[in-house]
Design a binder for this molecule. Structure first.
Ligand code: TXA
Ligand code: MG
Length: 326
């Protein structure tokens, strides 16, 4: 038995119940392969407004619409581009979100007034079943309070949002563990807005072109790009930017990339991947940070990670957390 009365197993019965809640304008937290989402009917502005209120999310921060089939694209975007179709054909379902010009069907509150809308098909059967049963695109940000760590288990959602949400579908630990990569398509060009679960190298290799970067620091259109955004409750620093002799070995946690022999004098040590595997490291990052939030530690020291492949997204999240305390 679980201790939470708002977490339900993802059986057919509870999936059906969850879809009824979505259809009736309520909120459901659900698993995706990246992180848990806090979902509402993406065509219902009042339901979507509840997401902003539960998360304390600023209204200028647009949401991603989750769909279960490429055929839904024509309802949501005015663009018909072979290049976009080829890209989504390759990477959907999966951790890549496309930002495209929106149709009039997409409510302004979803896009925070932008003329573009963010869309993805998640690679998680519970998520796609829920979308299918609901019969609408599901608008969902990560199911955390604004500025806090993204949840990668149902219990993380329950602990953060507590009684503000009635229904959480349990899908175990998220396999990717980091949010999706966000790519905008404008004027026939692809722009990278956020590093995430699919590395930019993999996308560039497939497209045979470089992704352009938008330098939009502190641009409210994409708060995922803010310098400080993801922050654990405990103060976190990069190991090479502090004098570690100043830290109490019993009450400071270390997050290492791969070497499990280093820093053995510290009581709390988390190794992201003993095999130095970026995919495994990505899946563990938020999970470990959540664990450390409830351990008896005052500080977290993190090792820097090589910025190749998924290492870029991991360093992006770590840097944003560290910036919070810089
Ligand atoms: O993996 C994910 O992307 C997860 C799961 C639940 O799908 N969702 C997620 O949502 O991370 P959220 O709201 O935490 O982050 C979405 C990011 C935000 O930084 C938002 O600003 C950006 O997407 N975004 C959404 N619509 C946009 C738009 N029209 N133009 C630019 N950025 C947009
Ligand atoms: Mg988020």
């Amino acid at each position: 038995m679980n201790l939470y009365n708002n977490i339900f197993p993802s059986t057919e019965e509870f999936l059906l119940k969850a879809s009824e809640i979505i259809k009736n304008g309520g909120l459901v937290a659900f698993p995706t392969e990246t992180v848990y989402g806090l979902g509402a009917n993406g065509f219902n502005p009042i339901a979507v407004a509840k997401i902003f209120s539960v998360k304390n999310r600023p209204s200028f921060n647009p949401l991603i619409l989750h769909i279960d089939s490429v055929s839904s694209l024509e309802l949501l975007t005015t663009i018909h581009s072979e290049k976009v179709l080829k890209l989504v054909d390759k990477f959907w379902p999966g951790p890549i979100t496309l930002v495209l010009p929106k149709t009039v069907l997409v409510p302004e509150i979803v896009t925070a007034g932008n003329s573009t809308v963010a869309i993805r098909i998640p690679n998680n059967e519970i998520a796609t079943k829920l979308i299918k049963l609901s019969g609408v695109p599901i608008a969902a940000p990560s199911a955390n309070s604004f500025g806090m760590l993204s949840p990668t288990t149902a219990v993380h959602v329950a602990n953060q949002l507590q009684n503000k949400i009635d229904f959480i579908l349990d899908g175990g630990k998220c396999s990717v563990g980091l949010e999706s990569t966000i790519v905008e398509f404008t004027n026939d060009n692809f722009f990278l807005l956020r590093d995430g679960g699919i590395s930019s190298e993999e996308i560039e290799e497939f497209l045979c072109e470089k992704l352009k970067r938008k330098v939009l620091e502190n641009n409210p259109n994409s708060p995922g790009q803010l310098k400080s955004h993801y922050a654990p409750i405990k103060a976190i620093f990069f190991i090479d930017e502090v004098d570690i002799s100043n830290f109490n070995k019993e009450k400071t946690a270390i997050i290492c990339f791969s070497d499990d022999k280093k820093y053995s004098e510290f009581t709390f040590r988390k190794i992201l991947s003993t095999k130095a595997d970026f995919t495994e490291a990505a899946a563990n990052l938020f999970f470990f940070l959540h664990e450390l939030e409830s351990e008896n530690v005052d500080f977290i020291l993190a090792e820097k990670i090589p910025e190749i492949g998924l290492g870029k997204a991991i360093m992006d999240r770590l840097t944003k957390a560290v910036n919070h305390y810089r």
